[in-house]
Design a protein around this ligand. Structure first.
Ligand code: BMA
Length: 340
């Protein structure tokens, strides 16, 4: 993979489909059999979307946002041999408190899954006197122990960095209001112990480009590369017919990710296909995870489509990073250490 490198494990079986001959924008292409998860995917679940997956042993595991037939979103565990065809547990993830007593959130949505050392963390949005971030940890995907809520309400979008930075855990989040927030910037917070969070920093705000001109929010867990942290995020624009959610890319400083080194002015993917434009909430592409291979640079991007389906797209990390750099527009606010 030439001079740009991913600093992450080898994943030889990353799902993959070759690049089509014609691409007119970013070097990101959709899986031709999308959506990979259709309607009514499991008993009592009407739609699965905005979900996070990762390699686990020789196979794959994931945490899935399942919209139950009673309308309440919850998180379900899924397993797959090829990261394309998924089987879901019948029951919701059985969260407990530290003592092992059942401790289920009222609702749970937009989960992310991040491994730090040997612990897997699930981060999601839940009710904590309004929309706020919930967290749990597991080492075996059998017991799931909830840990302290990191932030006060309102905040509906958070993802951890996959390793500590300068001795602290680092989480990216997007403070908001409790509704369909018409604003929102990406911030960072640090914690020595996953209990106390502070050293808050601003990373970046909405962009001047139409596709991210209303608000932005974190997407997949940042990916460590020789160029910095590769961030796949979502950008939102407001139209007379509602919000449009596109996928964007940026590269953050490796030691101080509050500093944006490059930020792509073009979207990487925007709703175009029927499963992105048509569904429970039309015009949504919402990335929550990647599976990537450091040896070949192959990357699979998992995104929710129209709050109804899961879509899969592919890229080569080095091509994507080159594209982001070549089309980078950073503002003064992006390049500062976000403290005032
Ligand atoms: C956001 C979140 C996402 C959802 C998106 C579009 O506010 O609630 O779960 O995909 O809206 O409806």
């Amino acid at each position: 993979m030439k001079e740009i490198k991913l600093i992450s494990p080898r994943v030889a079986n990353v799902p993959w489909q070759e690049k089509p001959e014609k691409l007119t924008g970013a070097p990101v292409w959709r899986y031709s059999s999308n959506p990979i998860i259709g309607r009514n995917p499991a008993e009592g679940v009407a739609r699965i979307f905005n979900s996070a997956v990762m390699p686990y042993g020789d196979e794959f595991i994931g945490v899935f946002r399942g919209e139950q037939t009673n309308g309440i979103p919850y998180i379900y565990l899924g397993r797959s041999k090829d990261a394309i065809h998924w089987e879901f547990d019948k029951e919701k993830i059985p969260f407990t408190d530290e003592a092992g007593n059942p401790f289920m959130p009222v609702y749970a949505y937009d989960p992310r899954l991040v491994k730090i050392d040997d612990i897997y963390y699930i981060i999601w949005c839940q009710d904590f006197y309004g929309a706020a971030i919930g967290m749990a940890k597991t080492t075996d995907f059998k017991t799931f122990v909830r840990i302290e809520n990191p932030f006060l309400p309102f905040n509906r979008n958070a993802v951890l960095f996959p390793r500590k930075l300068n001795g602290n855990f680092v989480m990216m989040s997007r403070p908001s209001d409790s509704g369909h927030t018409p604003f929102g910037d990406i911030f960072l917070s640090e914690s020595p112990d996953m209990v106390y969070w502070g050293k808050h920093r601003h990373v970046m705000g909405k962009g001047s480009e139409w596709w991210q001109s209303l608000k932005i929010g974190g997407g997949a867990a940042p990916i460590e590369t020789s160029e910095g942290w590769l961030l796949i995020y979502h950008g939102v624009s407001g139209t007379c017919n509602g919000y449009v959610y596109s996928i964007g890319g940026a590269i953050l400083d490796i030691d101080n990710p509050s500093i944006v080194k490059y930020r792509c002015e073009n979207f990487l993917l925007t709703p175009e296909e029927w499963y992105e434009e048509r569904g429970f909430v039309p015009n949504v592409t919402f990335p929550c995870a990647t599976i990537h291979d450091s040896e070949t640079g192959k990357m699979a991007i998992y995104y929710g489509a129209a709050d109804s389906y899961v879509g899969l797209a592919f890229t080569y990390a080095d091509e994507l990073i080159r594209y982001i750099k070549e089309h980078s527009v950073v503002s003064a606010g992006d390049t500062e250490i976000g403290i005032r």
